[in-house]
Design a protein around this ligand. Structure first.
Ligand code: ZN
Length: 886
């Protein structure tokens, strides 16, 4: 009865082709009959013609569905009355208003892609963003169709005692045959990507929150019973987030209950489904014994991120997927401010920028470069990128910097008020900020439209007779695929001037009546080249520019190593202190790389050692910032600083520098380590976390010194540790040492923790990151270990992802073994889970930057993937873009 068209070659979707939906759904009544093998979905949709929409047939999306029956206003439709392809259902000649009943069957146990309804262990759960709902039932699966959902779930009572969906629970009951049912109603209209359903035998951990208007909200975290002791931190974080969003953005929660479910098999970190967030277990479960400080920190921020989406994403959603950054950029910016308010703001900023520079700048410089608001895609899953998220957050942050805090809040109030219940665009967001403050951000919007990382060049000149200081800023942005020329960006440039003693100088621009007091001021850069004249500057200053990383740009600002060393200890801006130190270290490391390439003797710079000593002994500095300042840039980041990365020389230079700093300052590292080794019970707070991070940095230098006694100290720390932060820090250092002690440490760690999936993933990741030469053989061995399953995305990321993304010296082995390994895994993964497969390909993003031999090997690797028949659209899009780009 159905006509199934053949699969077409992957189709490109264009922003320019956007049209409003032809039909809208006012109400969606869904009934799920859950069964182990087959689930039956009865969907009753109250639909009408969209008065603003085009004259077109009604098209419903649907994939991997068995259509059982279709009724229009109660009358069965015959096969001749509709058309079906592998991805759509088209119904012509519909009245203006009608009710459609669609019955489909799905097979969740066959679903390894983890989109739609699937099993994670014995839990049945959903993931619908971006286009998973079409794997549950036929529906206009696009974010601009918002509907009120009522969901009834029927299932065996013993097997699935807990049955959840979005909104508030309305009613429930029991049948005589051992099944039970529950009905959920979500009063807030939402797009289908925010739909969620969970069923399983779950433990619930409960708490409550009273909102600013005095409403009591039940908070529930559902987990596998064995994880019930791991929920406290997430619950605390949730309450912190709810309070912060009221205080900072005036946003109150809007349902009677807020639920989080932790599942083991999940493609992403977490998902903000209305009232029912579904989390990757690794992003929600924590105890001091099983999770590190970094885990605690990440969980706090992800719980907040998903919660914040309730307004920035759910109440106001995206018109189409090109607008993804509307919700993600803004929400990441919100979660970053939340984390900065609750912890060390300086460290938060450093971590955010570190991530942006190492991941997003590489994306911007590679074949997948795309604007924050892209104009085309083949597979939307490939656009959940660092550009959309992290650069998108920087773009919103710049708007805040340009208009000011109070003005930004006025703008977001107007945005939420004006667009509540709507699906809108990034232009609508910017318009609300403009309208609330009577500012013009039209040039600023280029940040949404133009891809690539702008480069700022700074030139300065001081006139000692006129007491004038001139700062000239020039900007340029390299070409990216599809965009050869770029218009100048509107850039907020935070600047401070320091005199020789490190004191801030007043800043008075030509034409201003009064000087600007305070350490930092924001210059608004809008032209390709622009000069700022500072007057009444009494002595020659050193300019500290791009303070707090006020814009996501690369800075060409020629400072000598001595000037960088000066800023490293004197800058008033914590971020720029750290950044000056990093630039100094990079300069030194790149000189060492050149010496290695020319077979010169390697010499340690005393300048850096002196500054490290000053930082380590500066009692006023936050230990968390000290730890960051003493951490050398990663090998990946160093590779990005070279025209042709030399992975082996980079590794050798970094090891040399670390060992020699360690030897020079051994006494001081030793003293600091001992001072920080106070035994007290673990607590997650900014001060204790700072102490542990500095202590572990000291330990890493002590071990790097090559003194065998320090290895014993490392083993002692592991033995005495009552928390995962100190235990894992020790294990990380041990895996780079060959010998029996390493094997024993790994074995006893596994024996102790093999029942705990989150800890076992750490054990896999630590081994995959080892710089020892036999790491690939070990990784292959671990793939056969009982601890590993290729169907579990967390396992894949921990082992394969870690090896390919964060172990450059082994992944880029000259014999091509790392690349061949990646190809094998991608081909297996693509059949199971295309999203995860496509993400693994990111390891080859910069392939054209490498030397001739490696380029050839990486090209062959990409070609061997491209040659495969039946590639998923996910992998196809990335492979063809990588191979096509110049
Ligand atoms: Zn998000």
């Amino acid at each position: 009865m159905d006509t199934s068209a053949t699969e077409q070659s992957p189709k490109v979707t264009l922003l320019a082709d956007y049209q409003q939906p032809a039909y809208l759904v006012d109400e969606a009544l869904l009934q799920f009959d859950l069964d182990s093998a087959k689930t039956r979905v009865v969907s009753t949709l109250t639909m009408r013609k969209n008065p603003q929409g085009p004259e077109a047939d009604c098209i419903l999306d649907g994939e991997a569905l068995t259509l059982v029956s279709l009724k229009l206003d109660g009358k069965k439709l015959e096969g001749s009355q509709f058309q079906r392809t592998t991805s759509q259902l088209l119904i012509p000649n519909l009245p203006d208003k009608f009710e459609l009943e669609i019955i489909t069957e799905i097979e969740p146990d066959q679903n390894t892609a983890l989109e739609g309804l699937y099993y994670s262990g014995s839990i049945l759960c959903t993931q619908c963003e971006a286009e998973g709902f079409r794997r549950i039932t036929y529906y206009p699966d696009r974010p601009d169709v918002m509907s009120v959902f009522t969901v009834t779930i029927v299932a065996d009572r013993e097997k699935w005692p807990v049955m959840l969906s979005n909104g508030n629970m309305e009613d429930q009951g029991v049948f005589d045959d051992g099944r039970h049912w529950v009905r959920w109603h979500d009063p807030h209209p939402k797009p289908s990507y925010l739909f969620a359903l969970v069923a399983g035998d779950l433990h619930v951990q409960q708490d409550s929150f009273t909102t600013q208007s005095g409403r009591e909200v039940a908070l529930r975290i559902y987990v596998d019973p064995e994880n019930k002791h791991k929920c406290d931190h997430a619950l605390t974080s949730l309450k912190q987030a709810m309070k912060w969003d009221e205080d900072t953005y005036g946003r109150e929660y809007d349902l009677d209950v807020f639920m989080i479910v932790a599942v083991n098999d999940f493609n992403m970190g977490a998902m903000e489904n209305k009232g029912l967030n579904i989390f990757n277990a690794a992003c929600v479960l924590a105890t001091p014994e099983t999770a590190t400080d970094d885990d605690f920190y990440t969980i706090q921020s992800i719980v907040a991120h998903e919660y914040f989406h309730n307004w920035s994403g759910n109440r106001v959603t995206c018109r189409d997927w090109f607008q993804l950054s509307l919700k993600e950029g803004f929400t990441v910016m919100r979660d970053q401010s939340f984390s900065a308010d609750l912890n060390s703001a300086a460290v938060q900023r450093i971590d955010d920028v570190n991530g942006l520079r190492s991941m997003q700048f590489a994306e911007d410089a590679g074949p997948m470069a795309h604007p924050v608001r892209p104009d085309s895609y083949i597979e939307i899953s490939n656009f959940y990128t660092v550009t959309i998220y992290e650069k998108g957050a920087e773009v919103v942050r710049m708007i805040n910097t340009l208009v000011g805090d109070e003005e930004f809040r006025k703008g977001t109030d107007l945005y939420f008020d004006r667009h509540d219940g709507q699906a809108v665009t990034t232009d609508d967001f910017v318009k609300a900020i403009e309208d609330a403050n009577a500012v013009d951000l039209s040039q600023f919007k280029r940040w949404y439209e133009q891809a690539g990382t702008p480069e700022l060049t700074i030139d300065t000149n001081y006139d000692p007779i006129e007491h004038r200081f001139t700062l000239t800023v020039s900007q340029a942005c390299p070409a990216t695929p599809g965009q050869t020329t770029k218009q100048p960006f509107h850039i907020p440039l935070a600047v401070g001037l320091l005199d020789k003693s490190g004191t801030s100088l007043d800043m008075q621009l030509e034409g201003e009546a009064e000087p600007h007091h305070g350490d930092t001021r924001i210059l608004s850069v809008t032209e390709a080249s622009q000069t700022f004249e500072f007057i009444n500057v009494s002595s020659e200053p050193l300019a500290s520019v791009l303070r707090g990383f006020s814009a996501p740009v690369k800075l060409n600002y020629d400072l000598s190593n001595h000037q960088l060393a000066f800023l490293m200890v004197n800058d008033k801006d914590s971020f720029n202190r750290w950044d000056a130190g990093q630039k100094l270290i990079i300069n030194i490391l790149l000189e060492l790389v050149a010496d290695i390439q020319q077979n010169n003797q390697l010499v340690l710079s005393s300048l850096l050692v002196n500054q490290f000593e000053r930082i380590l002994t500066d009692k006023k500095l936050d230990p968390a910032l000290v730890a960051k300042m003493l951490t050398l840039p990663t090998e990946n980041y160093l590779a990005a600083q070279m025209t042709t990365p030399d992975v082996d020389a980079i590794h050798q230079a970094r090891e040399f520098l670390k060992r020699n700093i360690a030897v020079s300052l051994k006494g001081l590292f030793n003293q600091t380590y001992e001072k920080l080794s106070i035994r007290k019970a673990y607590d997650f707070n900014a001060d204790d976390m700072a102490m542990r991070s500095l202590k572990n940095v000291c330990l890493s230098y002590l071990v790097a010194s090559g003194d065998p006694m320090q290895l014993q100290r490392c083993l002692r720390q592991m033995k005495q540790a009552d928390n995962m932060t100190e235990l894992l820090a020790g294990l990380r250092l041990m895996v780079d040492q060959s010998g029996l002690e390493r094997e024993n440490a790994l074995r006893s760690f596994y024996e102790q923790w093999k029942q705990d999936r989150q800890v076992v993933d750490k054990w896999l990741a630590v081994q995959a990151a080892s710089t020892l030469p036999d790491t690939l053989i070990r990784v292959k061995g671990l793939m056969k270990h009982e601890a590993f399953s290729i169907k579990n995305p967390n396992n894949v990321r921990a082992l394969i992802g870690m090896f390919c993304r964060n172990n450059p010296v082994n992944f880029h082995a000259k014999d091509g073994s790392g690349y061949r390994f990646l190809v094998e895994q991608i081909l297996v993964l693509d059949k199971l889970n295309p999203q995860v497969a496509a993400r693994m390909l990111g390891a080859l993003n910069s392939w054209r930057r490498y030397d001739e031999q490696r380029q050839q090997l990486m090209k062959q690797a990409l070609e061997s993937i491209a040659e495969q028949q039946d590639l998923s659209a996910d992998v196809y899009e990335i492979v063809t873009k990588y191979l096509a780009a110049e």
